[in-house]
Design a protein around this ligand. Structure first.
Ligand SMILES: *Cc1c(COP(=O)(O)O)cnc(C)c1O
Length: 403
């Protein structure tokens, strides 16, 4: 084999072209900073798309991973393991949940939740209660079932035939949900804060109203907290801030702080429908992922860390408003905790990716949520000074775009 230098150009020669990564390749991270192959430093406001909620190479996570790596990596679900049991117990203590299922990604957690909802319905109500209601602009993953449940048609185009029995209604529109729900509905799934679809928090009235509709029609309410969970909203899980309790909650992204692990939480009565042999995954609940997530959960469930998220939200808000007073590129600032969305003003519509590129040139990593929204999802424990420094870089990037 020839030894091609590992450059961005190699990506186009060896990788399936479903991603379009930036020109640089990061090789090291520490806290909220990354360094590329040339040693250039970047401030990280992207967090690996809302994943590295405790920054890069957090000492407690590194310790948990390396300690577990020396003991036991994998035993399969033919056996259970200590890190998985400890993590599940802690999740039950900290949430509404009484039972936990582990998987490896957000899509898999949602796949489990949707299958469970169908199975629960089949067990209790028979064959006619199969319909799933989801919302436009929602995102639930890329397996065929979850991508079909997601509310962005561009992600299902060309993948037909799609699984049937799924309806979409506008988000935050309680009347539309009330009109769509019926005795045929087995579940309603939503993100309390829509992430990929534009960083849109649900209104409290909407969540309360959907909960009441689900109760009236004996439909399960599934909250997809893959992105907004794990402290990102300033609450351990966003539902706790709203005071609206789901029947099933899925989470992934931040729960492992960068190690792939996801979880589906539910009650004992509902979990009963996933009996022995009904569902499974080889790696779900593996000791490595659960050890890391256990260490991460201990930190991001700390009330001081959650209070810090609210404080840092205010710093971001103030900084972004200051930038916008100068350049007027945003028509609205949205979001919750450290999941922030900057809606681009009409003159900049369709150009969110230009902001990513300009920020990268200034040594700052940011995200988009569609063509018209800039999304920020930094570490929950990013230092206040680094927020200021990153916002300065953002301002410089915008100044150059506007020049
Ligand atoms: C990222 C995301 C998913 C999919 O997670 P994967 O780990 O990419 O499968 C599902 N739901 C929401 C809300 C997400 O943000």
């Amino acid at each position: 084999m020839s030894h091609t230098p590992v450059t961005r150009a190699l990506f186009d020669q060896v990788m399936v072209p479903n991603y379009a990564p930036a020109a640089i390749i990061p090789v090291r991270g520490e806290g909220s900073r990354l360094w590329d192959q040339d040693g250039r430093e970047y401030i990280d406001f992207a967090g690996g798309i809302a994943v590295t909620g405790l920054g890069h190479a957090h000492p407690a996570l590194v310790a948990a991973l390396t300690e577990q790596a020396q003991k036991l990596w994998h035993v399969s679900n033919v056996l259970t393991n200590e890190p998985a049991l400890r993590l599940a117990e802690r999740l039950c203590e900290l949430t509404f949940a009484e039972r936990v299922f582990f998987a490896n990604s957000g899509a898999e957690a949602n796949e489990a939740a949707l299958k469970l909802a169908r199975k629960y319905s089949a067990d209790h109500f028979g064959a006619d209660k199969r319909e799933i209601i989801a919302f436009t602009q929602s995102f639930h993953g890329r397996t065929l079932f979850t991508v079909t449940v997601g509310g962005q048609p561009k992600y299902t185009e060309g993948f037909e035939p799609l699984p049937p029995g799924i309806r979409h209604v506008p988000f935050n529109d309680l009347a539309a949900c009330a009109a769509a729900i019926s005795e045929r509905t087995c579940a309603v799934i939503l993100e309390p804060v829509q992430g990929e679809g534009g960083v849109t928090p649900a209104t409290p009235e909407f969540l309360q109203g959907v909960r009441a509709l689900c109760d009236r029609h004996q439909a399960l309410l599934i909250f997809d907290e893959v992105q907004c969970g794990n402290g990102r909203s300033g609450h351990l899980y966003a539902y706790q801030g709203y005071g609206v309790i789901p029947d099933i909650l899925t989470t992934a992204k931040g729960i492992g702080g960068g190690f792939p692990i996801s979880a589906m939480l539910t009650t004992a009565a509902i979990a009963h429908s996933l009996g022995v042999g009904s569902h499974g995954t080889t790696y779900g609940g593996n000791p490595l992922g659960c050890a890391v997530a256990g260490a991460a959960l201990a930190i991001f469930s700390d009330p001081a860390v959650l209070a810090g998220v609210h404080h840092k939200h205010a710093l971001f808000r103030a900084g972004l408003e200051r930038i916008n007073q100068r350049f007027a590129v945003f028509s609205e600032l949205r979001g919750m905790g450290l999941l922030l969305g900057c809606q681009l003003s009409p003159a900049w519509h369709g150009r969110s990716r230009d902001f990513i590129k300009a920020a990268l040139d200034e040594g700052l990593l940011i995200l988009v949520a569609g063509p018209d929204v800039i999304r920020l999802a930094p570490s929950l424990i990013i230092a206040d000074e680094l927020i200021e420094q990153g916002l300065q870089r953002f301002e410089q990037a915008i100044a150059r775009l506007c020049a």
